[in-house]
Design a protein around this ligand. Structure first.
Ligand code: BGP
Length: 476
């Protein structure tokens, strides 16, 4: 890999910080979500119910242990750490005039600690952490006011951390909400719940317009504050394969891929793709786009394409799948299982070739540097009699994906900035709220009910990844 390749790890504030009401932080949309399990949806309780358990409230308590954790990240040799700034630490309700100084100071301390260890912060501004007040009071990104509040929050962060942070992303996995069958996505991405009688897809596109506008405005302001900033988008990329070479299957996959590309097409190109405009027309969607919006989208395009890659999926014509609302089929009613590949315990298809395929498609389409900002293997880890974790399956998953990534770079010529595997330290799962779905190379003693010492220990993958980074990816 190139000399300055950003080997790192990825996290998100709500999944690992804890301290949900510390330092003046306000509640966000995830703070009202209980724990679910594989196949059991998380409940959105709307307000905090003192009788319920909310896994994100304490998470793994990085808020109080950041020095210890950053020392471990440094020992592993990370060149960068991707995390998010929790919006409600900075604006507890979202619509205040002035930011919360204590929240700003927390990230000063975290970024200083990272930089002191030679670790570059890579920052997502919105990783499912919208202030609850903005969701309840304004209907989240249904409202253009929330566009202004997000832009203000971004501006405050850009100004404050302009000498500490160079790499930014606006919205995490902004395209998740294309799956309107699963209410967790519109809620966590945008603070939106669909009302009876509404067309969920039309609501989603309206909300999407506001987010794309907010992202473009943030990019424009960010570049004025510091022209050296690199500001990217972040999409979840789950490639969709045709089930067979039947041209009907091929076209079904092509059409479904519009879902995957819609957001990045606008982020990168600065205009709505023709297939989306045709869809609005065909379905009779009325999307409120005000004068001047399109010029802003055009001006505020991104510098790089950040994406997550976990799995691939398959579609087949003439199939109707009634198991929607399931993360694995991504809301596609014609999704089927891929007979050629294995899945994780959570049903996620393990497909390293799909990463190379994705990198080629994205690079070909956009001709911008790519950044793999999430990839990983969620699994149950078991302690042996000596309290050690041996995780050969995780090492195997990551090795195969790194090899596929290297092939895309060395053989296909894709320009890649870095690789940050997801959940470098165990954290709360986003989709299920569980602790037992672990991605980390550092184990955290905590279970699904919130019991455990929170002590940290190294898994086998810790030493393995350390060696990978030290050899710049040659010693796998
Ligand atoms: C992505 C999110 C992350 C993360 C990851 C793994 O969708 O950006 O926040 O959690 O997926 O998903 P899960 O935690 O549900 O296994």
């Amino acid at each position: 890999m190139k000399k300055d390749f950003l080997w790192g790890g990825a996290l998100a504030a709500h999944q690992f910080e804890g301290g949900w009401n510390a330092g003046g932080k306000g509640p966000n949309v995830i703070d009202v979500m209980t724990a679910g399990a594989h196949g059991v949806a998380r409940e959105n309780t709307g307000t905090i119910d003192p009788n319920k358990y909310y896994p994100n409230h304490e998470a793994i308590d990085f808020y109080h242990r950041y020095k210890e954790d950053i020392a471990l990240f440094a020992e592993m040799g990370l060149k960068c750490l991707r995390t998010s700034i929790s919006w409600t630490r900075i604006f507890p309700n979202g619509d205040e005039e002035t930011p919360n100084e204590e929240g700003l100071k927390f990230y000063d301390a975290v970024f200083d600690e990272l930089l002191a260890h030679g670790i570059e912060p890579v920052i997502t501004l919105s990783h499912f952490e919208m202030p609850l007040h903005l969701a309840n009071q304004y209907g989240g990104f249904r409202s253009r006011k929330v566009v202004d509040y997000f832009v203000k929050f971004s501006e405050v962060c850009f100004n404050r951390y302009q000498d500490k942070v160079k790499y930014w992303m606006t919205f995490n996995e902004i395209n998740n909400q294309m799956d309107t069958n699963n209410p967790i996505f519109l809620w966590t991405n945008s603070g939106v719940t669909v009302k009876p009688g509404e067309n969920p897809t039309e609501v989603m596109y309206q909300v999407a317009h506001h987010e794309l506008l907010a992202s473009a405005k943030a990019v424009i302001i960010g570049k004025k504050i510091n022209p050296d900033f690199e500001i990217g988008c972040m999409i979840s990329h789950v490639p969709i394969y045709p089930y067979s070479c039947d041209p009907k299957d091929v076209m079904a996959a092509e059409e479904a891929m519009h879902q995957r590309f819609f957001f990045s097409d606008v982020h990168v190109r600065g205009y709505y793709p023709s297939y989306a405009l045709k869809e609005f027309e065909r379905e009779g969607y009325t999307i409120g786009i005000e004068e001047g919006d399109l010029a802003i989208l055009k001006e505020g395009t991104v510098d790089y394409v950040g994406f997550s890659y976990y799995m691939s999926t398959v579609v087949k014509t003439d199939v109707t799948n009634d198991n929607l609302g399931n993360v694995v089929n991504g809301g596609l009613s014609n999704a089927v299982t891929n007979p050629y590949i294995e899945t994780s315990d959570w049903g996620w298809a393990i497909d390293p070739e799909g990463l190379r395929y994705t990198m080629n498609r994205l690079y070909d389409r956009y001709q911008l540097p790519l950044f793999i900002v999430e990839n990983g293997f969620g699994a149950v880890d078991t302690l042996d009699e000596n309290g050690q974790i041996h995780d050969p399956e995780r090492i195997d998953y990551l090795t195969k994906h790194i090899k596929a990534m290297q092939k895309a770079v060395d053989y296909d010529g894709v320009d890649l900035m870095g690789y940050t595997p997801w959940g470098i330290i165990d954290l709360v799962s986003f989709t299920t709220g569980e602790m037992k779905k672990r991605y980390g190379m550092i184990y955290v003693d905590r279970d699904n009910e919130g019991n455990g010492s929170l002590d940290r220990s190294k898994k086998d993958s810790f030493e393995w990844y350390k060696k990978v980074i030290a050899s710049n990816g040659t010693d796998l």
